[in-house]
Every structure is written in structure tokens, then in C-alpha cells.
Write a protein that binds this ligand. Structure first.
Ligand code: AMP
Ligand code: MN
Ligand code: MN
Ligand code: MN
Length: 278
């Protein structure tokens, strides 16, 4: 089955409208599509409405920003009720955190020679949640980096001048909200945090103890050895496996919507949980 359980729209740091995403997904003949914008579900209901008479099932999703030890960890909430009050309460908190962080990032960028970065970035953010890629775009526009990746490497990444440690909620908190909203919590792109295997296991154990059930075994572009390691971890810790492109828009993503590699045979696809319940 063709699925994509991780992608972004204009409602966060993606470049596509939900109309565009749906058209793209239908062309790819995806059976399931989860929209997982950063800390918002704003695009979910419009996408569901657009897809009502189409041969595709929209899985309501979100990508929560969390803090675990000194790491910023992303947790996907999949198949959640997008109307649940606990979800909205957490989104409200995350939005405030994003605004405060953005003001602090802007303050740091002022010292680097970019005036009124907050105001300039807010002009870019039409519907979305303000995110670091918006600042990366501004840094490029202001001529301080040739491209987005370099803007992150020079300014926005952890340890760089405009990085701001953010008081994101704990994994425990977002897993609880996800569960309250009837959804499944999944560790997003587990290989992206630069964790050693031991540290990754520690993260997985903490996540499981919180009630998390899934691991994103396939996410964007991955080498065989990483996939093998993640499959092994999913088996060792009895986790359901997820698969997504983490698509942010053409030109922004190495892997296009629905074009991530197939989930290995040894995996238990997380969407089986939703088929049985349907
Ligand atoms: P935020 O949630 O505001 O911290 O922004 C995180 C987003 O920034 C991620 O979801 C990616 O889309 C993007 N991002 C993070 N690191 C990089 C990087 N090194 N190069 C390009 N984009 C990045
Ligand atoms: Mn992103
Ligand atoms: Mn992420
Ligand atoms: Mn993502």
C-alpha cells in the first residue's frame, strides 16, 4: 500500500497549499496521507474536506516539538481527533513558545546585522506557525548565507549564534495529549538527532514508558544501514513502524511526497492499527 504519514503544508514550514498536497497525493495514488505540520492541525480539516469524495484516506496528524534531555525531539501524533480540546490547549502553548522563541532569535540576528527580523519574518508567515526555516529564508534574502542549509549551519543550528534553547514540552506531555485525542505517538526521524545507538535506545525506552507506540523507520532519504538499525530497534522494543517523506515542498525536499522507500517486510505497519479500528 502506498502511504505517506509525514508531510508539511503552508500551515507550518511547508511550501504547498493543502489543495496542492492532495493533487500531488492523488497523482501518486496514495491510499493514506497524514498531514503533520509542526505544532498545528490547521490544515487537517480543510484537507479532509477536499479529499471527501476522493479515493484516499486522510489521517489527521501533527508533528510535536518536544525537549528530551538536551535534545529537541519531534514526536508525530497520528490518527488524532483534530478537534480534541487537549490538542488545542497544547497547540496554543506551542504557538506562544514559538512566538517568544522567534523574538529571541530576532534579537540575536540584530547583532548579526539583520534589523527587524521578527517583523520581516512575520510578513512571510501567512497562515503558518513561525519556524526556523522562515528565518533561514530571511538570512538568505539579507545576503548572509547562499542557501537555507548554510543559513542553518551558520546561524540557526544548535550551537550557532542565533540558536535559542526552547522550553518545549516533555515527550510525556505530548504523548499524553496524543493518546487523549485517540491517536498514536511515533518518534519522528529517529536518526536525525545525532544520537549514539545507546542514547537512541534510552530515548526509545523513555518514549515507550510514556505510552509511545511507534517508530518512523522510513523517513525521507535513508541509507540501508540506518534502515536496518531502525527495523532492529522496532523489533527489539515492539514498536509499530511508520513511513513518511517529510516532504516540505518541491525543491525543499530530497524525497517528494509519497516517494520514500518501502517499509521493510519485517516491520509491523502502524496503519494496520487504524484499518482494524475502521
Ligand atoms: P523549528 O520547528 O522552528 O525548530 O524548525 C525545524 C524545521 O527546520 C525542521 O522541521 C526542518 O524543516 C528545518 N530544518 C532543521 N534543520 C535544518 C537544516 N540543517 N537545514 C535545513 N532545514 C532544517
Ligand atoms: Mn519542518
Ligand atoms: Mn521533524
Ligand atoms: Mn517534519
Amino acid at each position: 500500500m502506498n502511504v505517506d504519514l509525514h508531510c508539511h503544508s503552508l500551515f507550518s514550514d511547508g511550501r504547498d497549499t493543502v489543495e496542492h498536497l492532495l493533487a500531488h497525493a492523488l497523482k501518486q495514488q496514495l491510499a493514506l496521507l497524514a498531514l503533520t505540520d509542526h505544532d498545528t492541525v490547521e490544515g487537517v480539516v480543510p484537507l479532509q474536506q477536499l479529499a471527501e469524495s476522493e479515493a484516499i484516506r486522510i489521517i489527521p496528524g501533527i508533528e510535536w516539538s518536544t525537549r528530551w534531555k538536551k535534545y529537541d525531539i519531534h514526536i508525530l501524533g497520528l490518527n488524532i481527533d483534530p478537534h480534541h480540546p487537549a490538542v488545542h490547549q497544547m497547540i496554543k502553548q506551542q504557538t506562544q513558545t514559538r512566538v517568544i522563541r522567534a523574538q529571541l532569535i530576532a534579537e540575536k540576528l540584530k547583532h548579526c546585522g539583520i534589523k527587524e527580523a521578527y517583523e520581516k519574518v512575520m510578513q512571510q508567515v501567512e497562515h503558518g506557525r513561525i519556524a526556523r526555516p522562515h528565518f533561514a529564508h530571511l538570512i538568505v534574502q539579507e545576503g548572509l548565507a547562499p542557501d537555507i542549509k548554510t543559513a542553518f549551519a551558520r546561524f540557526l543550528k544548535k550551537g550557532q549564534v542565533a540558536y535559542v534553547p526552547t522550553p518545549w514540552p516533555s515527550i510525556d506531555d505530548v504523548v499524553a495529549v496524543t493518546q487523549a485525542a485517540g491517536g498514536d505517538a511515533v518518534i519522528a526521524h529517529p536518526w536525525k538527532y545525532g544520537l549514539t545507538r545507546t542514547k537512541l535506545q534510552e530515548l526509545i525506552v523513555a518514549f515507550k514508558c510514556s505510552g509511545g507506540v511507534g517508530l518512523e523507520v522510513i523517513s525521507g532519504h535513508l541509507e540501508d544501514n540506518i534502515v536496518n538499525m531502525l527495523v532492529h530497534l522496532s523489533q527489539r522494543f515492539d514498536l509499530w513502524c511508520s513511513s513518511g517523506s517529510d516532504y516540505h515542498g518541491e525543491g525543499l525536499s530530497r524525497v517528494q511526497l509519497g516517494q520514500q522507500r518501502a517499509l521493510p517486510e519485517a516491520c509491523q505497519p502502524i496503519w494496520q492499527r487504524w484499518m482494524e479500528a475502521a
